[in-house]
Ligand binder design. Structure first.
Ligand code: NDP
Length: 246
């Protein structure tokens, strides 16, 4: 892949302090992009990622509309604009539907779906003006096929897929692509509650025989953001080791 295209590109990644987002920040920084990322409260990891990559970290709660917009405006100001937006931040909440409170549902929707709308809406006018932009939204395999005990999470992630497809139609004429990455099971803090046995079983159920890594997802995001994917929009790319069939 020729990623000279990323030199000097201004990239904003939501949820860049840990896990998949940190992998995406590192990958873009390595390619010479200027990166800013948003995070909620993991100051120590955010500082580490920022120091190691020269990226700009903004603390904000993406589940709060006003704070999300404030955070995005700070990130855009720090980079003097934005070329690539990666909507990655997300939370999960497992359990039976009858045990999911309205408050927990609302929080899932706010962080996983509404924030994607808000962060994207702020970037679009500038991308339209410059007739260039790349938007990559991180959904999940559970947004594609659904998962038991993940009703709220799956619903928000399916929403991200719908948003992606509609926005791709809307922004294509402006030189902006919008795509979605649906990771399989990736070894991050989000899966920290899995015990060793469950992790082993998940790896065994995955045809390639292992859990995914943040780098596996960062590679997909770089592909969709690069010049080689300028004809790719409204698509769902699922790096999942063969775990799921649709
Ligand atoms: P992690 O829990 O490891 O990291 C989540 C990141 O999002 C952190 O940077 C966190 O900030 C940030 N974040 C969470 N809530 C907020 C908020 N309210 N405001 C601002 N930032 C917030 O998750 P992963 O890296 O595993 O997941 C990244 C994305 O990939 C998510 O959208 C997730 O749904 C998706 N995904 C993950 C899979 C997996 O198996 N891990 C599988 C499929 C999809 P802080 O560090 O400050 O808490």
């Amino acid at each position: 892949m020729d990623n000279a295209a990323f030199l000097g590109k201004r990239v904003i990644v939501t949820g860049g302090s840990r896990g998949i987002g940190a992998g995406i920040v590192r990958a873009f920084a390595k390619e010479g992009a200027k990166v800013a990322f948003l995070y909620r409260n993991a100051d120590a990891s955010a500082e580490k990622v920022s120091r190691e990559t020269g990226s700009f970290a903004v603390r904000c709660d993406l589940g709060d509309a006003a704070d999300a917009e404030r955070g995005m405006r700070e990130a855009i100001a720090a980079l003097s604009g934005v070329d690539i937006l990666v909507n990655n931040a997300g939370i999960c909440k497992s359990g039976l539907i009858q045990d999911l409170s309205l408050c927990e549902w609302d929080r899932l929707v706010a962080v996983n779906l509404t924030a994607v709308f808000l962060c994207t809406r702020i970037c679009v006018p500038e991308m339209v003006r410059q007739k260039y932009g790349r938007i990559v939204n991180i959904s999940s395999i559970w947004g594609m096929v659904g998962a038991s005990c993940e009703v709220g999470y799956s619903a928000t992630k399916a929403g991200v897929i719908g948003l992606t497809k509609a926005l791709a139609m809307e922004l294509g004429p402006s030189g902006i692509t919008v795509n979605c990455v649906c990771p399989g099971v990736i070894d991050t803090d989000m899966c920290a509650s899995y015990d060793e046995k469950t992790r082993r079983e998940l790896a065994e159920q995955t045809p390639v025989g292992r859990l995914g890594t943040p780098d596996d997802i960062a590679d997909a995001v770089l592909y969709l953001s690069g010049d080689g994917a300028s004809f790719v929009t409204g698509q769902v790319l699922s790096p999942n080791g063969g775990f799921t069939v649709t």
